[in-house]
Ligand binder design. Structure first.
Ligand code: C2E
Ligand code: CA
Ligand code: CA
Length: 708
């Protein structure tokens, strides 16, 4: 390493030479001796020594202190003063130049050496600290967030350029002021001043966040949405030293949030409120009307007529543009308080607030319909469209927004059915019908919950012997003290309400339990004697296997765990799978052929048999019969009824039988009412029969009794 260079400035040449010799002895380089202040400045800048030993009292215009000041202004090097004496005033002047030591003349070599060592050490320490400080400052100044710090009293001590930019205050102006003056936070919604987080974090000694909707008021009076947090600063000894605050301009973030919020509540195509927003407003209207009965409102549902054909013939893009063009037309006849929404597809909804007069709602509907009838020009196509509107008024007070929507929908469909371009008001008659439907739904739910359902069993016989081979479980609804209700009156409703799966599984469990109970009674073969179910006397063969037929709605085939559920029921009731015949209809294949096929083959693994019910009524596609694992086909009773006289029906029945037999399936004829029908079917080779000729469906208890 190169020796350190020391510049000696001393006007007493003897001392200077002595110094030089000593320093060289100590291992320093002393390139020259300078005796005057002006020269010292000049030479120092030229030589760039590592340290200057400076005599305070120099003869000449520039004394040691002035020379040292000039040198340290240019060079970052330590200066040590040499002096024989000094008055107070001189010392004060000298200390202003922050020297790294004083050496009183005369001095010893040891003293000189110690002073120089200390000066170098102190100087390098200071340099490191300065570098660290500069680095930290550079970090703070490069952060994209605004940073401000306060001292323990809470007065601003530091602000980075971003904080300066945000507040409009420069650090120089801000330092020493209260943060409440510099950082003026207000609540965007209430406009109220927000407690300054920097001061709060200082007082509460923990991190403090600004509320979400805070604004920063700049010096120039501008409002900037910001996010902000402040935390106390502790020294490494754990002493509170102030607080630091980070402020971020959240304009863009809030814009995005607002945008997202808007998107969540608006239809992207037309920009109108969407169903969610509309429902919210509708609920508010319902609530308001409940609180203050004088507040009336109306709801309109509007559906375009034949929109589908426009879409199909001209394409979706034209269809979309038409919808976009319709939106403003809907709005032209509404007040600003009213809400128009797009519900999806070509359906729109309008909420008319603060109207109690039906006539006003009707007039609005008429105007909207007229407006829509005006031709639309979409990409050089002149489009003529009409719409249908359903209106419901809150004059009959509603509890549920969804009921209003349902009723508006009913009215809209009425309007649609009446012809195009018309509106319909949901009236009391419709209200009554709708209420009745609701009551029926409620009643059916109750029926299932309170086990008002019962299962009746209709025998299915082998046509050749009239031995009963199976019983079809048919559900009925027995309301206490009322007539028996037949499934045609509630199965469709149960399907619509999503209750059918529960219902069918209940019937299945019931039927399995019943069959098991009969088997335990030791029932042998059953037959029909004068239309009465009875034990077959004289049957000495092996005990025949009585099976049970259970109807399954198509809805079952949308259930994921169908097969598991059935396996569970069989196990619970201790039923053999081969005694169970599940009746399904053709619609199962039409709606979801692939899934249905795989579900059926899974079901078959439970050993159950599959019957195709009501064959011939549905899609009558004989071609798919062989694609599915079907064991028995049940010919619908409409083909049996009148087959004695209707040659066409007879031919159909014959064809079905031929085909099924070719495919190895057995056939059951439903609805056999006359002996003639039975004879024909027997001749045609039909295996099984079911119908009033043999027996009606009978309740379980009666069967148990007759068999006993
Ligand atoms: P289906 O499966 O075709 O049941 C046969 C229907 O024909 C039964 O009517 C039965 O009483 C009737 N019937 C039997 N023999 C004759 C006859 O000789 N002449 C005439 N005219 N009719 C006869 P029901 O019990 O009223 O059932 C009607 C329909 O309800 C059933 O038709 C079936 O589709 C459905 N259903 C019944 N129970 C259930 C069930 O538990 N679940 C499901 N999903 N549907 C069921
Ligand atoms: Ca059936
Ligand atoms: Ca049937």
């Amino acid at each position: 390493m190169k020796n350190k260079t020391i510049l000696v400035v001393e006007d007493e040449v003897v001392i200077a030479m002595d110094l030089q010799a000593t320093l060289i002895d100590l291992g320093y380089e002393v390139p020259e001796i300078i005796t005057a202040g002006e020269v010292a400045i000049q030479r120092a800048l030229k030589l760039r020594p590592d340290l200057v030993l400076m005599d305070i009292h120099l003869s000449g215009a520039v004394d040691g202190i002035a020379a040292a000041a000039a040198i340290t202004q240019e060079l970052d090097i330590p200066v040590i003063y040499l002096t024989a004496y000094a008055d107070e005033e001189t010392f004060q002047r000298a200390s202003l130049t922050t020297p790294f030591g004083y050496i009183l003349k005369p001095f010893e070599a040891r003293e000189l050496r110690a002073n120089i060592d200390i000066a170098f050490y102190k100087h390098s320490l200071e340099k490191t600290i300065k570098e660290h400080r500069q680095w930290l400052l550079a970090v703070l100044n490069s952060i994209s967030e605004g940073v401000a710090a306060s001292d323990t009293r809470g007065l601003i001590k530091f602000m980075n350029p971003v904080a300066e930019g945000l507040t409009g205050w420069s650090q120089a102006e801000a330092v020493g002021r209260s943060p409440t003056e510099i950082f003026h936070f207000v609540d965007e919604v209430t406009g109220n001043l927000i407690d300054n987080p920097l001061l709060r974090s200082l007082h509460e000694a923990h991190t403090v966040y600004l509320p979400e909707n805070a604004l920063l008021l700049t010096k120039q009076g501008q409002e900037i949405p910001v996010a902000d947090s402040a935390a106390p600063i502790y020294s490494d000894r754990g002493q509170l030293e102030g607080a630091v605050m980070v402020v971020r301009d959240s304009t863009e973030q809030r814009r995005l949030e607002t945008q997202l919020e808007h998107n969540a509540l608006h239809d992207t195509l037309t920009g109108l409120p969407n169903r969610a927003l509309f429902l919210d407003r509708l609920r508010q209207a319902v609530d308001r009307a409940r609180r203050s009965p004088e507040f009336g409102f109306g709801l309109m549902l509007l559906d375009l007529d034949r929109f589908k054909s426009i879409n199909d013939t001209l394409g979706h893009l034209i269809g979309d543009q038409l919808l976009v063009a319709i939106a403003p037309r809907l709005q032209t006849h509404l007040r600003s308080v009213d809400t128009v929404a797009r519900f999806g597809g070509d359906e729109f909804a309008v909420l008319l607030e603060n109207i109690s007069d039906v006539a006003v709602a009707c007039r609005t509907a008429e105007r909207i319909l007229d407006e829509i009838k005006q031709p639309f020009l979409v990409e050089n196509h002149e489009l003529l469209v009409t719409a249908s509107i359903g209106i419901v008024m809150n004059s009959i007070p509603y509890e549920q927004a969804t009921d209003l929507l349902r009723h508006a929908d009913i009215a809209m469909y009425r309007a649609k059915r009446r012809g195009h371009g018309d509106y319909e008001l949901f009236d009391t008659a419709m209200h009554r019908q709708a209420r009745e439907l609701m009551q029926r739904e409620h009643a059916l739910r109750q029926a299932i919950a309170h086990s008002e359902l019962v299962v009746h069993y209709q025998p299915i016989v082998a046509l050749a012997t009239e031995a009963v081979t199976s019983l079809e479980a048919l559900v009925r609804w027995q309301k206490p003290g009322a007539e028996l209700i037949y499934p045609d009156h509630f199965i469709a409703l149960a399907e619509e309400m999503g209750l059918i799966v529960t219902l069918d599984q209940w019937v299945l469990r019931q039927a399995c339990q019943q069959l098991q109970a009969w088997r335990q009674l030791g029932v042998g073969a059953w037959g029909l004697v004068d239309g009465q179910l009875s034990r077959q006397i004289g049957n000495t063969g092996p005990p025949p296997t009585m099976a049970i037929n259970v109807n399954l709605s198509t809805y079952h085939f949308t259930q994921k765990n169908l097969v598991d559920t059935f396996a569970d029921i069989l196990q619970e009731t201790n039923m053999d799978g081969h005694l169970l015949k599940l009746e399904i209809t053709e619609s199962v294949f039409i709606e979801n052929a692939k899934e249905a096929a795989s579900m059926l083959s899974e079901l078959k693994q439970l050993n159950v048999q599959i019957c195709l019910d009501d064959f011939g009524t549905g899609y009558s596609s004989l071609s798919y019969l062989h694609q599915f694992p079907i064991d028995i086909v049940k010919i619908d009773r409409s083909f049996i009824h009148g087959m004695e006289t209707d040659a066409e029906k007879l031919e159909i029945v014959r064809a079905i039988l031929d085909l099924c037999h070719t495919l190895g399936m057995a056939v059951t004829a439903e609805g056999i009412e006359t002996p003639a029908q039975r004879e024909i079917l027997l001749d045609l080779g039909c295996e099984y029969g079911q119908g009033y000729l043999f027996s009606r469906a009978i309740d379980g208890a009666t069967i148990t009794r007759t068999l006993g």
